[in-house]
Design a protein around this ligand. Sequence first.
Ligand SMILES: [Zn+2]
Length: 550
Amino acid sequence: MKRNPETMRIEERTAVGSPKGYEPGDPGADYSSTAKVVTVELGGLNNSGVGGGDGGGGPERARVLMNFGEHARELISSEIALGLLRILESEQKIQQAAGGGAVGQQTLDALKHTTLVILPMENISGRKLLEENNDTCLRKTGRPVEGGVGVDPNRNWGVDWGVLEKDYNPSEEYGGAEAFSEPEARIIKKLVEELKIHAWVNVHSGMAAMFLPIDYQAQVPEDVGMLHNSRIIGSLKAKYCPVCEIGSGGATVGYKAHGTIVDYLWEEAKVPFPMTWEVMGDTQAPFYDCVRMFNPLTKAEFNDVVHRWSAATLEMVRLLPLNPKIPKYDSFVAPSIAELPVPDMKGFTAWHKERIQKLKNQPSAKPDGTTGGVEAGDAGSREKDGGGGREGGGGQHGEEEERGEEEQHGEEEQHEEEEQHKGGGHREDERDEEEAAALEEAEAEDLEDFRESGKETGEGQQGSSQDSHIGHGTGANSRPQEKGSIYQNRPIYRGGQEVSSNPLHLQFLLFGCLFGLLFFGLQLRKRYRAKVRSRRAIRSFSGRQIGLPI
Ligand SMILES: [Zn+2]
């Protein structure tokens, strides 16, 4: 990856973990983490530290923080960070990825008035451990803790920390000895405070969804800004993830999570636009195949996911000023409510629905460019927003043109990704090559099965699942996924003394044994393939190739 020194800066941030719960000298007592932080300022780097702030005296920039790779097994997350950074290298690529035309131009303008800070890989110790042990189901960090390894960085934050649900599973969700005990959380918290961010996105995989707060309650906060945020999400969904579920984390995943970043950023840090993306997931994957559960398996899928979510980031930056608390760039024209309505979000309350109705009923934009609709009468909300932005038409262009350019860009991306994948191949030793050959032979057939099973359920690759960033992807909690499998219909054969004296029963018994052996063999073969695929996937994912400390 080329780095443009005029618009991009990479630096390292280190934090030390809390020693609480450890005796001096215990493994993990002196645990620390160092993360790379990339600042992108297309309007020119402001060299006063990470993000730069607005010391240059120009108009205030929107400050956006995105973190990737929070859960080790969600390898694809960091790949999106890299895909996004490759696009941000040049204005031409940005325009292309944004769909060209007026929208492309507006996106570029938005980025020139934005400080975008990216953590390509938050959970470095977890990723390291995953690679060393081929433990592709590892979610948490690599910090040694009592009874195992790791803390979930998305359970270590200071809002509702330590509250445990009935199905709490420490091997997936352990939230640390105290709130903010973990260096991963401390690094992000410091960045949030230094930058005074307006917007934050936490990028995960395991399902296709976009979440607003609140994770520990099944509702979206009753706040006017959230209606505007929802409109932004509505555009991202329509353009880049039609199958995405949208709503508050607590309402969308089906249960509540405590001590998450998004809730802290909303309630304590007062970040106007905090959200979590779940970029993809395969809910049909068996519990042991986390590469498949959380990551794309083919180059085409890989490129598609990386491209769609990179482009979604650009669209988000373009639309952020819809939220009245986020600074506007010169060419920002807010789409009208008819063009970009508030979508139906899970976790909306009567409060939201009443205001959405008001928005729908209001006449078109006033001559002065304001609508005043949503902002009126929100005395019950946390905030009283002032101007409602410059609502009005414009800013859109033909969809056909957009699609065409996206396709063209997609091809370029694919080419780039192919090169990148080739680069990773040099590291393979002979044994790996044998494994790869064995895999390739079997993979086509395997994928065929997998596609067919997707068709049967009508869900395919994406859909809801409990395997999200706030979920429990593996272990006891995900075994119910197997319910729809062959296990359920497997005949039960009873043994016993009389069986051996009855030739018909003997036949059944024999058949049962053969069936069992065949089934067992097939399972073994499946697992072997999953393991080989895991090893190959880890190598082909490129995080370490750009010098991430993994
Ligand atoms: Zn996750």
